[in-house]
Design a protein around this ligand. Structure first.
Ligand code: ATR
Length: 271
């Protein structure tokens, strides 16, 4: 029987995950189906249980249910535990495993696809919401020389720095405190692009040879990538590669097979 998977969210119709996983399944010869599942805002747990009872094997979880999925899981990976957010559920005998593959997807896109080694580099992470929190542990595990978090509301950045202290030293503050600082990798994990805005980042933060990475993606350059281009970043990347890599990590967790992401990235660029 064909194994069933889906992405659950609200809204979810725009999700590229069904397309990505269909391509992974075709490429690796795995017998599975992958659909988009709309859950009512007050009915996430019920939707998950119904899908599981109908024979579902696993789910990807997207906005706004990642924290609820974290609470629903009966077993968590370390990275999901610290992220306090789950984007991948795997149904197991007697329980539900919750994982968060976002950070691993980001790291793989940066290191493997873009060829940028994080070890020994100075990193600035912009934002201290759910998206930022989800990528901190995998980034720290690459042993950067310095890790800074900047946020409009500095207290949220300080809280994250405290929380991840056992895993590495993080400096935290507001954007103004970055004046005179330089970074090799600047990652935008804020939701500011959604409103066409840009955090008040000092222009001089980009070191020669630096990579500017926006976890958002869309047609053309995001406001952050336009800013980075005019302020000396050497390399620009949006979050399309991360999207495909986090999907590949989920696929690997479920199926034990790692798909080739390059043709899928190319396919998405043409859409
Ligand atoms: P997500 O799950 O996408 O991370 P979130 O948890 O609501 O969403 O967090 C949004 C992040 O984007 C926060 O870090 C927020 O900054 P504040 O904590 O100060 O609110 C940041 N953000 C959103 N719009 C922004 C803007 N226009 N300028 C700077 N930061 C912005």
């Amino acid at each position: 029987m064909t194994d069933r998977y889906a992405v659950v969210g609200n809204p979810v119709a725009h999700s590229k995950s069904p397309l990505i996983h269909a391509e992974f399944a075709r490429q690796t010869g795995q017998d599975l189906s992958y659909t988009a599942l709309l859950a009512p805002l007050d009915g996430f747990a019920r939707t998950v249980q119904e899908f599981r009872q109908a024979g579902g094997k696993g789910l990807n979880v997207t906005v706004p249910f990642k924290q609820e999925a974290w609470r629903l899981a009966t077993r968590l990976t370390e990275r999901a535990q610290l992220a306090q957010a789950v984007n991948t559920l795997k149904f197991e005998d007697g329980g539900i495993l919750g994982d968060n593959t976002d950070g691993a997807g980001l790291v793989r896109d940066i290191t493997s696809n873009l060829g940028f080694a994080i070890r020994g580099k100075k990193i600035l992470l912009m934002g201290a919401g759910g998206a930022a929190r989800g990528v901190i542990l995998p980034l720290l595990k690459q042993y950067p020389a310095l890790f800074a978090i900047a946020n409009r509301t500095p207290d949220k950045a300080h809280e994250l720095a405290q929380l991840f202290l056992p895993h590495g030293d993080i400096s935290s503050g507001e954007y103004g405190s970055l004046a005179g600082c330089h970074f090799d990798l600047v990652i935008n994990a804020t939701s500011s692009s959604l409103s066409g805005e840009l955090p008040p980042l000092p222009g001089g933060v980009f070191s020669p040879g630096s990579l500017a990475y926006d976890m958002m993606y869309g047609k053309g350059l995001t406001p952050f990538l336009q800013f980075a281009q005019t302020h000396g970043a050497a390399q620009l990347a949006d979050g399309l590669g991360m999207l495909v890599e986090q999907a590949a990590e989920s696929f690997f967790l479920w199926r034990g097979v790692r798909p080739d992401t390059a043709p899928v990235r190319e396919m998405l660029k043409t859409l």
